[in-house]
Design a protein around this ligand. Structure first.
Ligand code: TYM
Length: 333
């Protein structure tokens, strides 16, 4: 019997270690959604090769990310966990959608501009058409919602544009999904340069999910606060972006409001606040780290999870692909 639940889908690239931005932005909210929605969460390995990868490292990172997913609470019995390259229909749909996406709109993608500036010696076609593959990842499961961090909003918007364009020609083929972006945590900033988002390409300001407690504490103690002399924990993102970012992390990790945090640290200053944020993050990550380590020792289990996931995902994805092929006029094999 077909499920009547609304559908939700998202993915993360195994292009580096998961960091606190990935976790506090989208990932930590996913387990709360698996009861209510029919959820698909995947590892976007096809996307990673837009930038050169070391093959052996990529393989290791896929296992680690899958273990991280499960350790963060994504129960494979309750949602579909799979590896993108195991479901060829993503790439097949991407080709069709390439033909319904304009050069001009891809040229306006801010992530393409940023990444091509950072990889000037390898501005490949995959980097350019990446948002089309992402649109295929999404549309092929006909989801209602796509939970992501703020930096992926533009990619979900172009996915909606592509779906609407295709539907405009062929009728209601694709459901047009809504992005789901949390209010707190949607854009965690770097600890060393709080005007830039936390990202693995800036390891010093980035706290990784599997960092040792002492490294986490060191990173938070060194976090840039502000050049003001006020030394007061107050939420003022324009004036005090470093403090606002630490407050965002502390609020996400503890569930406290900004008002409660201001009260808690009234008269105490940054010297007390920064290690407190570090400790809250260490405690938040402790069980995830332990469970990830345990799962990584059980490769057979991880393999059984991604095999079952690919089978479930392929069934749904192939159904959409067949519909699309028929609409554009391909003869059914
Ligand atoms: P990726 O792998 O760069 O990031 C994974 C998720 O983490 C969010 N994120 C952040 N959130 C808050 N603060 C930050 N500093 C931060 N950095 C990253 C991202 O917004 C994302 O939600 N293209 C996607 C992967 C993808 C995908 C998809 C996602 C491929 N196909 C289909 C959704 C649906 C990406 O590169 O995310």
């Amino acid at each position: 019997m077909e499920s009547t639940k609304k559908v939700m889908l998202s993915g993360i690239q195994p292009s580096g270690e998961l960091h606190v931005g990935n976790y506090l932005g989208p990932l930590r909210h996913w387990p709360t959604m698996i009861e209510e929605y029919d959820c698909y969460f995947f590892l976007a390995d096809l996307h990673t090769i837009t930038v050169r990868q070391e093959p052996a490292e990529l393989r290791q990172r896929v296992y680690k990310l899958l273990a991280n997913y499960i350790a963060c609470g994504l129960d494979p019995e309750k949602c579909t966990l799979f590896i993108q390259s195991h479901v060829p229909a993503h790439s097949q749909l991407a080709w069709v959608l390439d033909c319904y996406t304009m050069f001009g709109e891809l040229s306006r993608m801010t992530q393409f501009k940023d990444k091509s500036a950072r990889n000037a010696d390898n501005i490949n076609a995959g980097l350019f058409t990446y948002p089309v593959l992402m649109a295929a990842d999404i549309l092929i499961y006909q989801p209602d919602f796509v939970p992501v961090g703020e930096d992926q909003r533009q990619h979900v918007e172009i996915c909606r544009d592509i779906a609407n364009r295709f539907n405009g020609v062929y009728g209601e083929v694709f459901k047009v999904p809504e992005p789901v972006i949390q209010k707190v945590g949607a854009r965690i900033m770097s600890l060393s340069t709080p005007d830039k988002k936390m990202s693995k390409s800036q390891p010093e300001g980035c706290v990784f999910l599997m960092d040792k407690p002492e490294d986490i504490m060191r990173k938070f103690k060194r976090a840039i606060t502000d050049s003001d002399t006020e030394n007061c924990v107050r939420y003022a993102p324009e004036e005090k972006p470093g403090v606002a970012n630490l407050m965002q992390i502390y609020a996400s990790a503890t569930g406290k409001s900004y008002g409660e945090i201001e009260k808690e640290f009234a008269g105490k200053g940054y010297g007390a606040f920064k290690p407190a944020v570090g400790e809250a993050v260490v405690e938040m990550l402790r069980p995830i780290q332990a469970e990830t380590e345990r799962l990584l020792k059980d490769k057979a289990y991880l393999e059984s999870v991604y095999r079952a996931g690919a089978e479930k995902a392929s069934y749904v994805a192939n159904k959409t692909l067949r519909k699309v092929y028929k609409k554009v006029g391909f003869i059914q094999p």
